[in-house]
Design a binder for this molecule. Structure first.
Ligand code: NAP
Ligand code: F7E
Length: 328
């Protein structure tokens, strides 16, 4: 019999790659999407999976009754809670919505899981943003690094992380946290810095935009490719025991370096186009994220495959194609 997976956030960046991976592995895949007034764009990241074993229904992390009903009816073998208000800066503008979705929403899914199919395995999309400005002496963050979040988003993810551990310990559930560092792809939302840069580069190259406005270009991130990271999510649920794992590349680049590489890919010098806009600087910033993923490498046998250079090049190429076809 085919395995069944239930994914919240299936139409987001990670959810779409995860659904693709699970279809390849011959799972039946179920997901919830929120009702949106522009329904025709809503499933653009997963349109190609329709008829391939992926089914979606309207749902919301905040709508307990539909979550309960779906989990009870589907009886999934694996539940991936990927949905969230995932933007750190925006979490400072809409903190209450962010807390409701990421914290109470996660709790709603955990309860639906515990009450309706406790034998399933559960994945929670935790984040390196939970560490905030906390860095070990060697410059890395790892599973044991103290968590001092510096955004409403980070606070909600610490809540989720602790809740998952609590449910695992108290109710003996197979519930794991993936502590994922930044990961990007051509499917990344346009308001994250990587995609803002690559779409800006493509539009500048095609004469559709003149300048690229950014905030803090000195912050450093450990950027990987989302496609590699969904492999790690799946691997976590195939282990003998639930656990928590840091997932990253162990390499770090500044925002400025990302921009430099993206512009260089199309033969332009970023210094001719980059404008610093003080309004884009955050009230609180995480300066440096760098993953020590030794535990995942050892126990999951997971390693990132796509390099930073290929990630940037692939995103610019994809955005050049979009800019050429004016598909914005
Ligand atoms: P994303 O592209 O923003 O996708 C988020 C998904 O959650 C979308 O499908 C969104 O649906 C859905 N969603 C939001 N609020 C919801 C609600 N109330 N009910 C149901 N669905 C809701 O994010 P991502 O980059 O794929 O990230 C996936 C997860 O990993 C998130 O939990 C994020 O916080 C976490 N994470 C991401 C990174 C990263 O670098 N990408 C790193 C660490 C952790 P709509 O399209 O309707 O908004
Ligand atoms: O910012 C700086 C900004 O919004 C990266 C989410 O997936 O990863 C992501 O959160 C850096 C920050 O990602 C602009 O100040 C400069 O230092 O792409 P970002 P993030 O905040 O690191 C974590 C791990 C998650 O879990 C989150 O879900 O870039 N920056 N100028 C800018 N950032 C944005 N967005 N826009 C700018 O114009």
């Amino acid at each position: 019999m085919k395995k069944k997976a239930f994914i919240t956030g299936i139409n987001g960046q990670d959810g779409s790659y995860l659904a693709e991976l699970l279809v390849e592995k011959d799972y039946e895949v179920y997901g919830i999407v929120r009702r949106n007034s522009i329904a025709e764009h809503q499933e653009s990241r997963i349109d190609h999976l329709v008829g391939m074993g992926v089914e979606t229904e309207y749902g919301d992390l905040l709508d307990v009754s539909s979550l309960e009903r779906m989990i009870r009816t589907i009886q999934p073998d694996e539940i991936y809670n990927i949905a969230a208000q995932s933007h750190v800066r925006i979490s400072m503008d809409i903190p209450q919505f962010t807390v409701q979705t990421n914290a109470l929403g996660l709790l709603n899914v955990l309860e639906a899981y515990k009450n309706n199919c406790p034998k399933a395995r559960f994945y929670q999309a935790s984040s390196s943003e939970m560490f905030g400005r906390s860095i070990d002496e060697d410059g890395y963050q790892r599973e044991t690094t103290p968590m001092h979040p510096t955004s409403p988003y980070g606070c909600t993810k610490v809540f989720g992380f602790n809740m998952v551990q609590h449910y695992r310990n108290a109710y003996k559930l197979f519930a794991s946290n993936g502590i994922l560092f930044n990961h990007e792809s051509p499917r990344r939302g346009f308001e994250f810095v990587s995609r803002k840069i690559t779409s800006g580069v493509a539009r500048i190259k095609k004469g559709l935009q003149k300048k690229l406005k950014l905030g803090n270009i000195n912050s450093k991130r450990d950027w990987g490719h989302a496609q590699d990271y969904v492999d790690a999510m799946w691997l976590m649920l195939q282990q003998n025991n639930p656990n928590d794992f840091v997932i990253g590349t162990g390499k770090q680049h500044s925002v400025e370096n990302f921009a430099e590489k993206a512009f260089a890919h199309v033969g332009l010098n970023y210094k001719d186009y980059l404008v610093i806009d003080k309004n884009l600087i955050r009230p609180a910033e995480v300066d440096s994220l760098l993953a020590d993923y030794t535990k995942a490498k050892k126990e999951l046998k997971w390693e990132p495959k796509i390099s930073f250079e290929d990630l940037v090049a692939g995103m610019v190429e994809s955005d050049l194609e979009i800019a050429t076809n004016l598909k914005y």
